[in-house]
Design a protein around this ligand. Structure first.
Ligand SMILES: [Zn+2]
Length: 476
């Protein structure tokens, strides 16, 4: 027998492969102060979910608590295994022995991108799928079934997570979307030196997954977003005071989101954070947050008004975000036509709403390319005031005959996304618009997404229109 020297970490791997038992889990160390406070607050939110059922507001609350209370760099939450001998832990160890920052960055794949594997906790650095797993860990943690620290994890816990996703408003399109979450946690677990949990029992995982796909019921998470109706858009559009910069911008947003279905993130940042305004002393966390806030914003360079045989057309070019650009996604162009006719201006006309805002209210002398959302050197038209303005416009537009409670409920359900949702719902009801055209209108990468969220409900309406059209051919 030859003796081959192997690093200590590999002995560990060999031993684990020889025994199919899951890795031994020691009782989690006592959670640090911030984690304990977060867990207590999240317990109260969970109690509300148990009593009233889940709503996206619960998810948002949990995220806020985690972001606010769990300390940056908290080792307890992720508990990386730096003795595993895997590539990431080799790099982490080299960082420890050499003090050279490049090893730490390689180990964590550092960067404000969605495909990184943070080794110490930072809410801002996490991808959407990673954040979901963090939410799971905090919502489900108990002494009997600890879900914190997040790693290492047993295969049974991974499955518990995947089956929890639809309960907490995720994974609407079945296994295809659940798989993304599974793969993110498996890769993260491996990068943190705890191995791929599926290797604990690959055959068992396969059996579970087949069964899950068969029995999985698609959850209708989008039902919670109220789609605005055309008459509501019109009513809202006429309520804004377009003699003010604010009102003119709200009208432009309203019109663009209705006619082009572009997402609120392209027009309405959440905060005033802009990477171009950061002092050189800004922290990495501040940079990441500022980048997230502005990365999708449309600039005036992205907009063009063209005169065509069909009339005036507003073209909006959406550039793939920095994250997407690295995946070779190209930019996409959306268009909206002037809806004014016979010399009378329509209040909601996207072309004229744009020209009105650009010519009268766009601030001068800002750095280029200038964001459409800029309202001054260091300020944006932000999302929260827009939603508030839209709600009060809708409230004012609702007729006096509607009972107050009904009106309140209707108004409270309106979000920035409601315009896009309404746009898709209306277009989906039109028999002359194909699924593929609708998918392009909504900016979905796969027609399947469009079919799932926008075509199912109006399918009867569309079928009725198609049969009427066909009937014209056979009854004439
Ligand atoms: Zn017009």
């Amino acid at each position: 027998m030859t003796h081959v020297a192997v690093p200590a970490g590999q002995h560990h791997l060999h031993r684990r492969r020889a025994s199919p038992a899951p890795p031994a889990f020691s009782a989690p160390p006592h959670p640090p102060e911030g984690v304990g406070s977060a867990l207590r607050l999240i317990d109260a939110i969970s109690a509300d979910v148990a009593e009233h059922g889940f709503s996206p507001g619960h998810d948002a609350e949990v995220r806020k608590v985690i972001d606010r209370f769990v300390p940056e760099g908290c080792l307890f939450v992720l508990s990386p295994n730096d003795r595993s001998g895997t590539l990431h832990s080799q790099m982490a160890q080299l960082h420890g022995s050499t003090g050279d920052k490049k090893w730490a960055q390689r180990a964590a794949n550092v960067g404000p991108r969605s495909a990184t594997y943070p080794r110490s906790f930072s809410w801002d650095q996490l991808s959407t799928t990673q954040r979901k797993y963090v939410v799971y860990g905090f919502v489900n943690h108990s002494n009997e079934f600890p879900t914190l620290p997040l790693f290492p994890l047993t295969l049974a816990r991974l499955i518990d997570y995947l089956e929890w996703l639809p309960v907490f408003g995720c994974g609407g399109s079945g296994w295809d979307s659940i798989r993304k979450y599974a793969e993110a946690v498996r890769a993260w677990s491996h990068a943190l030196g705890w191995g791929d949990p599926v290797q604990q029992d690959e055959r068992g995982y396969h059996l579970w997954q087949t069964n899950f796909s068969t029995n999985f019921e698609v959850s209708r998470t989008r039902a919670s977003i109220t789609a605005v109706r055309p008459e509501q858009v019109l009513a809202v559009g006429t309520q804004f005071d377009t003699a003010s910069a604010e009102g003119a911008y709200w009208l432009l947003c309203c019109s663009l989101m209705w006619f082009t279905a572009i997402r609120p993130g392209h027009l309405l940042p959440e905060t005033n954070r802009d990477p171009r305004h950061l002092p050189t002393s800004a922290t990495e966390k501040q940079r990441v947050a500022a980048d997230k806030n502005t990365r999708n914003l449309i600039t005036f360079d992205n907009m063009a008004v063209q005169s065509t045989a069909e009339g005036l057309i507003l073209a909006v070019r959406l550039e793939a975000s920095k994250t997407m650009r690295s995946n070779h996604h190209r930019s996409e162009t959306y268009g909206a036509a002037c809806i004014c006719s016979g010399g009378s201006r329509q209040p909601l006309c996207p072309v004229h709403a744009y020209l009105h805002y650009r010519d009268h209210f766009a601030p001068r002398g800002l750095p280029t390319p200038q964001y459409l959302a800029s309202k001054g050197p260091e300020a944006f038209h932000r999302r929260a005031p827009f939603i508030a303005a839209m709600r009060s416009a809708l409230r004012a537009a609702i007729s006096a005959g509607v009972p107050t409670e009904v009106a309140d409920l209707l108004v409270a359900q309106i979000a920035a996304k409601s315009l896009r949702a309404g746009s898709g719902t209306e277009a989906a009801g039109d028999a002359n618009i194909s699924d593929v055209q609708l998918s392009v209108h909504m900016g979905h990468k796969q027609v399947g997404t469009t079919r799932q969220f926008y075509i199912q409900l109006p399918v009867a309406k569309r079928a009725a229109l198609i049969s009427k059209r066909l009937a014209q051919g056979v009854t004439a």
